[in-house]
Design a protein around this ligand. Structure first.
Ligand SMILES: Nc1ncnc2c1ncn2[C@@H]1O[C@H](COP(=O)(O)OP(=O)(O)OP(=O)(O)O)[C@@H](O)[C@H]1O
Length: 633
């Protein structure tokens, strides 16, 4: 007879079942799945967060022991009712049995209350510590991380995944212990009652475990997919809602909905796979359990017929058996929960493993209030993961109080200079110095206290006008805030707002005009009173009138400070003490406005272009009376 090939012998339902119980990989994932981490590693990483609540774990454990004992006592009372009240039809012991029942119920109520409150306290304390730590860690990451990652996914990790870690570490472990203790108590009782029946009942345990192990692997894959999709959903929601004006202006709602639907459908599929796995798992466990119970019932009935067992004894045995199977079943369910939670734990671990690219030296130097001497010395820099140099051999020096203007085409590297000055990144070659000290040797917080910024995209928080100005210096007094607002030419418009300084400006300051937002940003920089000022395209996006209006407050802000001003608009930079022209990350020209115009190079060409297009939107009506501190090339 011809041999049947292996594949021909394989049951046809196998591939169908596999498809039904597994999640499909998505090659164009918005958010990639986190790398797998073994369970013991998850424990090692998160156990320290239980520090505050560990002493309460002992009483909680105590409750886990007393709970099953009360359960067992209730069942025992049931045996007494059957054997001493029902079978002999004798009511005399009924009263004390009823009282004992009542006592047990009261005890179990008190215990349940204490257990609930304590366990919740321990879990929530754990979550509090972990969530704060994850947030602190995310805050400490360098700008580069946020430029690469999808913000929505980071938010989903900080808010959603953190909870699952608690399930893994505390609720999960507490439940596991609780079930193990219950298992021990009921097993002891069953052995005491009928050791041979108990041994028979235990025959099915390996089957339970085998099923649990197999299914938990499937559950884990589905859970990882669900968590990944949750991250993607948050990422897309954050991106489309954060850019709602752009989406609506370009009629891209349908496209955004499509992206969103794709991810929600992915999560739906993963959830359905989980449901199918659980739905298949449930009846399998039921069948195993039934097989055990039937075997016990068969042998038990035989023993009853032989007079080796009372009816009460058999009924109690079967009742206790169901209590024995329930922790076994719960434990095997718990492995599924564990695996599902570990998918979230992996996402948190991946986040916690991110190291800031910029770190503070061990014995970082303090400089207090700097003089404001800024130097770029042969600085070359490449953004992580890119091959092009964003800056290459850039050198300049601005003496305290001087002004340096950075000019160049889009993408020339101007904003990169500002990022290095703030130490959002470290240069790959060369050094950036403040008062002669390499920024890498300085305390990060002190460096940033010495630098005030007014950026192209003005950042305004949801909050009052007062809070937005005081963001520059949280300990500022009311007088400081008003003085800064006056100097920034913002006081008048603030007074006209419905609640003056207490007016709440919407998220990103949407309820203010571009010019008003910019003046608020100037007031914030003003109140910081830092010796170094970075102005990154401060007039971009403003119309002629608004641009003109902020020139005066800008001049006041720049007075007496070392300023690096970045601008496409040559009219805002022509009076800088030194103008540096960047091209593809290199310094191609440097000098004063007059010198560079005479030289007839890139700057002169840009200047001519500017002249041809006329005084641009943001051009000042008069030259900037810049502080003429010494600026050395
Ligand atoms: N986060 C980043 N990751 C990778 N490359 C970047 C990043 N930011 C900027 N670059 C690249 O570095 C180069 C310099 O960018 P930079 O923002 O400094 O230019 P810029 O002169 O300020 O331009 P613009 O005037 O348009 O603001 C560009 O080629 C840009 O594509």
């Amino acid at each position: 007879m011809a041999r049947v090939s292996r594949s021909a012998r394989r049951p046809v339902w196998r591939p169908a079942l596999r498809r039904l119980l597994s999640v499909a990989e998505d090659p164009d994932a918005v958010v990639a799945a986190a790398p797998p981490v073994p369970p013991h590693e998850v424990f090692r990483r998160f156990w320290p967060y239980t520090r505050g609540g560990r002493r309460w774990l002992v009483p909680i454990l105590g409750f886990s022991i007393i709970g099953p004992l009360i359960d067992a006592a209730e069942i025992w009372l049931f045996k007494i009712i059957v054997d001493d009240v029902l079978v002999p039809r004798d009511l005399s012991p009924f009263l004390w049995i009823a009282l004992a029942y009542l006592g047990l119920i009261v005890c179990s109520g008190i215990l349940g209350f204490a257990d609930d409150v304590l366990s919740t306290w321990v879990s929530e304390r754990f979550l509090l510590a972990l969530r704060s730590d994850v947030f602190r860690h995310v805050q400490s990451l360098s700008l580069g991380f946020f430029e690469r990652r999808r913000l929505g996914d980071v938010l989903a990790r900080v808010t959603g995944d953190v909870d699952a870690v608690e399930t893994f570490l505390l609720s999960g472990v507490a439940n596991a212990l609780y079930h193990v203790i219950r298992l021990g108590v009921f097993l002891g009782l069953l052995f005491y009652l009928q050791w041979d029946l108990t041994l028979l009942a235990l025959v099915i345990v390996p089957l339970f475990w085998h099923a649990a192990r197999h299914f938990s692997r499937l559950i884990k894959a589905a859970s990882r997919e669900r968590r990944r999709r949750s991250g993607s959903i948050s990422a897309i929601a954050e991106e489309s809602l954060g850019n709602v004006a752009l989406v609506q202006a370009y009629n891209r709602q349908a496209w955004e909905e499509h992206r969103f639907d794709r991810e929600t459908a992915g999560k739906f599929r993963a959830a359905m796979t989980s449901a199918r796995i659980r739905a298949v798992y449930g009846p399998i466990v039921d069948a195993i359990e039934l097989a055990g119970a039937l075997a016990v019932m068969g042998l038990g009935t035989w023993k009853l017929a032989q007079g080796q067992l009372t009816l009460g004894g058999l009924l109690v045995f079967l009742a206790l058996l169901s209590r024995l199977y329930s922790p076994i079943r719960d434990l095997s369910h718990l492995t599924n929960t564990f695996y599902a939670a570990s998918a979230s734990a992996e996402r948190i671990i991946e986040l916690l493993d991110q190291r800031p690219q910029v770190t503070e030296a061990d014995h970082a130097r303090r400089i207090g209030h700097a003089r404001g001497d800024v130097e770029f010395d042969g600085v070359s820099f490449r953004y992580p993961g890119t091959s092009r140099w964003a800056l290459s051999g850039v050198s300049f020096h601005v003496a305290p109080g001087g002004t340096l203007a950075l000019v160049g085409a889009s993408g020339a590297g101007k904003s990169t200079v500002a990022k290095l000055q703030l130490r959002f990144y470290d240069p790959d070659k060369g050094a950036v110095r403040l008062d002669g000290v390499d920024l890498r040797e300085l305390r990060l917080s002190e460096l940033r206290e010495n630098v005030a910024v007014v950026l192209q995209e003005t950042l305004v928080f949801h909050g009052t006008v007062r809070e937005n100005i005081a963001y520059g210096r949280p300990d500022a007094t009311e007088a400081d805030i008003v003085a800064a607002a006056r100097a920034a030419d913002a006081h008048d418009f603030i007074q006209l707002l419905p609640d003056g300084y207490d007016t709440v400006v919407g998220q990103r300051g949407r309820t203010l005009s571009g010019g008003q937002r910019q003046r608020l940003a100037i007031a914030r920089a003003m109140i910081r009173d830092a010796p170094v000022l970075l102005l990154d395209e401060p007039t971009t996006g403003l119309d002629a009138e608004s641009g003109r209006r902020i020139m005066e407050p800008l001049r006041r802000l720049m007075a007496g400070r070392t300023t690096i001003v970045i601008s496409h608009n040559l009219l805002t930079v022509r009076d800088a003490t030194t103008i540096v022209v960047l091209d593809h990350g290199r310094v191609v020209e440097r000098g004063t406005h007059e010198e560079l115009v005479l030289r007839g190079g890139t700057y002169a060409r840009l200047h001519r272009l500017n002249e041809m297009t006329g005084p641009t939107a943001a051009g000042p009506s008069q030259p900037l009376p810049l502080n003429m501190g010494k600026v050395l090339p």
